[in-house]
Design a protein around this ligand. Structure first.
Ligand code: PLP
Length: 363
């Protein structure tokens, strides 16, 4: 069986060493020493000033929206994981969807200005599949209309833009460290702010608003994460360079084949040092995609329709369907990609796809 993804598992003995320390200290959560160590190491690895470890990537988004004081309408992409848009609704704001660029699958900045109204307070854009958005164009619009920018950088661990971490852009970036992501802490995430005051506010917010045992600064929530999750993150951080290299090799192996098929990949931003987090294939039609998917499944290979359906199709969302997203979300498939996926398995995936594409072409 070849699944869409498998979590990276560090050597068990290395995790057990951290458990030993946890049992000695009997300190399990509430900004413990391992959480602080992980935050410091992540800041150093990513070369960023502020990073707060939280319980997941969804609460990271919710806290970011809240901390920046976003209200009313928020412009966002319909092509992302559901959490990008549901967080906006959960925070009492209205998502206004703007269509994507057909080649990058990220929000199309050329369409943003037309969607701005008197009640627009911000833009939440996803760097889809780890590929950075056109951040220069987005920032220009944000500056012109005085809007805040949040990047859902959930897929982006390890991606760089113009030589620095992609997390170091916008007002706030958020990331998920869920087990399915390239770098994970089982469950977890982080909020990265570029301003000291916002970072301070978020550090209070993730801990019920506590400023000390008996005093509070503003409304908060429980967004903390535990020593056990931090320990997993510390173990895996030692392997991150290996993870990124293996992912790149696997990605390029798929890419070599797929340039010949009646399908295409995505266009990576030229200023990006991409993390090769996902391998999406955009087939020429939904029929071809479904055919390929069924054949792969018959061979016990499980790709995923990621992202489908598009978010403006959800029954609690309003507004029209957006043509490009509606069309593309119906014919994309992400191929299996994970640390211990071996060359033979990839060849099997490739040959099943190739057979099907041929059949369809000559039908
Ligand atoms: C995974 C993901 C999230 C949610 O992260 P969790 O840690 O699972 O809460 C949000 N946005 C995107 C784009 C994601 O892929």
């Amino acid at each position: 069986m070849i699944p869409i993804t498998k979590p990276f598992m560090p050597p068990r003995a290395e995790y057990e060493e951290y458990l030993e320390g946890i049992w000695q200290r009997e300190y399990l959560t509430n900004n413990g020493p391992l959480v602080q160590e992980l935050e410091a190491k992540l800041r150093a690895y990513l070369d960023i000033e502020h990073l707060l470890f939280v319980s997941n990537g969804t609460i990271a988004l919710q806290i970011a929206i809240n901390a920046l004081g976003l209200k009313g309408e928020i412009i966002t992409t319909p092509y992302s994981y559901v959490a990008t848009a549901s967080s906006i609704v959960w925070e009492g704001c209205t998502p206004v969807f703007v269509d994507i660029d057909e080649h990058t699958l990220n929000i199309d900045p050329n369409l943003i200005e037309d969607a701005i109204t008197d009640t627009t307070s911000g833009i939440i854009a996803t760097h889809v599949y780890g590929n950075p958005c056109d951040m220069e164009a987005i920032q220009e619009i944000a500056d012109k209309y005085d809007l805040k920018v949040i990047y859902d950088a959930s897929h982006c661990f390890g991606t760089e833009f113009e030589g620095k971490s992609v997390f170091d852009y916008g007002d706030v970036s958020t990331v998920s460290f869920h087990a399915t992501k390239l770098y994970h802490t089982i469950e977890g995430g982080a909020v990265i702010s570029r301003h000291e005051d916002v970072n301070h506010k978020i550090s209070r917010m993730r801990n019920f608003g506590h400023a000390g045992p008996g005093n509070f600064e503003g409304v908060g929530i429980n967004g903390k994460n535990s020593e056990f999750h931090a320990a997993m993150g510390l173990c895996i951080l030692n392997y991150i360079d290996e993870i990124l290299v293996s992912r790149k090799n696997q990605w390029l192996r798929y890419a070599d084949f797929l340039t010949y098929a009646n399908a295409r990949g995505i266009t990576i931003h030229p200023a990006a040092n991409f993390n090769y987090a996902y391998f999406p294939v955009v087939f020429e039609s939904e029929t071809v995609m479904l055919k390929v998917k069924a054949s792969l499944e018959k061979n016990e290979i499980y790709p995923r329709r990621y992202f489908y359906p598009s978010l403006s199709e959800l029954d609690y969302m309003e507004g029209p369907l957006l043509n490009r997203t509606y069309d593309i979300s119906k014919r994309v498939l992400c191929l299996p990609l994970y640390y211990d996926l071996i060359k033979e398995e990839q060849k099997k995936v490739i040959s099943v796809i190739q057979e099907n594409i041929k059949e369809v072409v000559y039908e």
